[in-house]
Design a protein around this ligand. Sequence first.
Ligand code: OFO
Length: 181
Amino acid sequence: MHTLAEIFIKHCIVMISKKLEEELNKQINAEMYSAYLYLSMSAYLAKENLNGFSHWMKLQFEEEQAHAMKFFQYILDRGGDVKLEKINQPKLSWKGIVDVFEDVAKHEQYITGLINDLVDVAIQEKDHATVAMLQWYVSEQVEEEATVSELLDQLHIIGGKGSGLFMLDREAKSRSLSLTK
Ligand code: OFO
């Protein structure tokens, strides 16, 4: 038995396959976990008196939530069901700023892998709309990985401490949010 809204959607748009719906829902969870991880890093960095980097991580948290919401809206736009799952607890503490950014770099590489896998599923399902939607994330990941790798290089150069760290923290404070990317 279908509701009127379901019948309307079914006849007006090409609905997403169950397989893709499931994978996109998993990605909402992965993006929300990313947000949570960066919020945890933000708290840790504030405790370390690195307020610029703490601010940087808070913006990262907001960006990740926006990434999750893009998937959320896309599933709905394609007549699918959003299924929110439990978000795992992130790590709470690190060995210092270099350790934090090494984790960010690893995490973003992991997310890039997930996005690439999603593209593979969309191609298998011959869902060209989803392939096109995912291109935004493919480019976003290239940008994120490049930004993090540059920051990590700079942190390695200054040895993660001293006046170099003071300067980098001040720079990190000037970051602003660009959710339209
Ligand atoms: Fe940090 O990336 Fe989302 O997608």
